[in-house]
Design a binder for this molecule. Sequence first.
Ligand SMILES: Cc1cc2nc3c(=O)[nH]c(=O)nc-3n(C[C@H](O)[C@H](O)[C@H](O)COP(=O)(O)OP(=O)(O)OC[C@H]3O[C@@H](n4cnc5c(N)ncnc54)[C@H](O)[C@@H]3O)c2cc1C
Length: 445
Amino acid sequence: MSHHHPDVDVIVVGAGMAGLVCAERLRRRGHDVLLVEARDQVGGRTAGIEIDGETLDLGGQFIGPGQDRIYALAAELGVAVFPTHTAGANVMETETGRLRRFRGTVPKLGPLTLLDVARAQARLDRLARTVDAEAPWRGPNAAALDGRTLQSWIDRTVKTRGGRSFLVLACRAIWACEPSELSLLHALFYVKAAGSLAAVTDVEGGAQQDRLDGGAYGVATRLAERLGDSIRLNAPVQRIEQHDAGVVVTVEDGTAWGARHVVVAVPPPLAARIAFHPPLPAGRQLPMGSVIKYVVGYPAPFWRQAGLSGSALSLRAPIAVTVDSSPRSGRRGVLIAFVNGAPARDLATRSPEDRRRILLDALGRLFGPRAATPVSFVERNWNEEAFARGAYSAVFPPGAWTRLGAAWRAPAGRIHWAGAETSPRWYGYIDGAVRSGEAAADRLS
Ligand SMILES: Cc1cc2nc3c(=O)[nH]c(=O)nc-3n(C[C@H](O)[C@H](O)[C@H](O)COP(=O)(O)OP(=O)(O)OC[C@H]3O[C@@H](n4cnc5c(N)ncnc54)[C@H](O)[C@@H]3O)c2cc1C
């Protein structure tokens, strides 16, 4: 490696969906590319585990209408898409442990509470339409909206106790954090980036409508196959140095490569740990949401026979949401359960045996005793993943968009940004990651 003769045209840091898409597009356009990944596998926040010949998703998995770039990518790679199972009734568990069956997205909460929640949803949608997704920090109300938390907005807007509890649960399910941790502007930007609140929350017609056959992780591994030996695994980038003619990227074992440009496609808290020389004009340190995802297997999707969809919401922690995630083959039943936000942090303090017992008790309450005796049980605590540091995505606290916004997506000289957190469309989603990777490649070719 020499500073004057770069080893490659572009180094892409991070082999999640964004980095893979970016590197593959550049390579296809004739650029010499190196994709440098910290872990021993690609995929990042999409991850898979094989159980009984089926690949089950431990990370991101659902896609839906409007997410055109991931659908196009799946089609190009020959990955089939199939609908998320929805037939049957959804279940809502109240704080006191009562179960209520419902259809659609909003449970039976009592007429006053329902009205209250419907009003809050309409207001959020209206406010979201005022946000510029390309530049959320701009606009007449941006600073005021960014100075508040979602919690303070809920306290002012939602009158009923039931309505407030439901919105806390919705916040945990959508952003994997507490409403007190989230800038109102960020919540609105996120909704705008998805199109509407219904696009975020719905299964049919929304972001949870479809799944990828063989898992989202299968998309990542197919991209990796195309890239072949352009990928370096087990190579955490620690330093990025910029000089007149290019960049030098140094990984943990001291290996350094030169390139004309670098695309950094890692989650914000990981980008913040890279030593940039000269220093960046603005920081990238942001907290991520807190998610523990459980993937629980049964001999068959027994809840379907009982008239249940497998979707549940619980106001009684720790589980926030469950979804039927049985493989397309239907050979076995799989429920996924999310423990998000403060309950995820609380649960993580318990022993593995306690966590398993607590989870299976909760599933048993929602779906009956058979749910408490699975044939497989996998837990993935994303907060403990050294190269994710949380999920689903970065949570902008009050003031962060105002402070970081202008520099957030703008290249810093030869340093370019990609990743689900840099996309103005479908921020935080697999589709946003794909779009960001394509956009970075397009700027460099
Ligand atoms: C449990 C869970 C459920 C989710 N559900 C959904 C869903 O249903 N639908 C949806 O669309 N999205 C979902 N998401 C979000 C979605 O998975 C992510 O937004 C998307 O995969 C992010 O892709 P990315 O390439 O931007 O980042 P990442 O996938 O985080 O990739 C970044 C890569 O960079 C690597 N890296 C980090 N630091 C360094 C370093 N210093 N040097 C080199 N490499 C480094 C990491 O190891 C990683 O491979 C979910 C996420 C999780 C975790």
